[in-house]
Design a protein around this ligand. Structure first.
Ligand SMILES: N[C@@H](CCC(=O)N[C@@H](CS)C(=O)NCC(=O)O)C(=O)O
Length: 211
């Protein structure tokens, strides 16, 4: 198997991919990129022309975009059991794309203060923030995981959207969101990933000046 390289900054959506990498359990090498200098440097722009993290390199393959990276890793490391079984495929792709499209756009626009009019909502892929939230609320109110009763890679991405939304206050407080986040938060891989990034952040943060 070719080497797996992970480009990230611990204070970024790279945390989502770190969780997936920890859940997959294959060895990987981490490259930490500085927001001010590293992301827009030519050598990283050759990896991701958007100059954004996260990204992965797997042999000759480069994958950017959290949802694509997670889907790719589940696919190329089937032994981890995180990809969809036959009967789970519809839910898996449906909710993975729903999280990467409507949820991401609705939450970002809402947080930035852009509220589409009903007319604009017909053109916007997510309709309205309230619609997106209600669909998510209904989904998570009726099942434990995106594909039913089993954790899959879809939960790494959808779950991260929900956990980040709760953390940043960009999702409303709803019981199904809190229960889903609590369920996911018990995973060893999630906790390991959180700890690794927390340690990296602590190492990057200057301490108080010495007397
Ligand atoms: N759609 C991308 C978003 C990536 C993204 O926006 N990353 C942010 C950090 S969370 C970034 O690299 N920002 C730095 C910049 O744009 O200069 C994904 O899902 O991976």
């Amino acid at each position: 198997m070719p080497a797996l390289e992970f480009y990230t900054n611990p204070m970024s959506r790279g945390q989502i991919v770190r969780w997936m990498l920890e859940d997959v359990g294959e060895p990987y090498q981490t490259h930490i990129l500085d927001f001010a200098t590293g992301l827009k440097a030519d050598d990283y722009l050759a990896v991701n022309p958007m100059g954004k993290v996260p990204a992965i390199r797997h042999g000759d393959a480069i994958v950017t975009e959290c949802a694509a990276i997670i889907t790719y890793l589940a696919d190329v490391f089937p032994a981890a059991g995180l990809g969809p079984r036959v009967g789970e495929k519809a839910d898996y792709y449906r909710w993975m794309f729903y999280a990467a499209g409507p949820v991401e756009q609705a939450v970002t626009n809402q947080a930035m203060g852009f509220v589409p009019t009903p007319e604009q909502g017909r053109m916007a892929g997510y309709g309205s923030y309230d619609q997106v939230i209600d669909v998510l609320d209904h989904l998570l109110g009726e099942r434990d995981f995106a594909c039913g009763d089993r954790f899959t890679a879809c939960d790494v991405y959808l779950g991260s959207q929900v956990m980040w939304g709760i953390g940043f206050g960009t999702l409303p407080k709803r019981a199904p969101f809190a229960a889903y986040a609590a369920r996911l938060g018990t995973r060893d891989a999630y906790r390991r990933a959180k700890q690794i990034d927390a340690d990296l952040i602590a190492a990057m943060t200057p301490g108080p000046p010495k007397e």
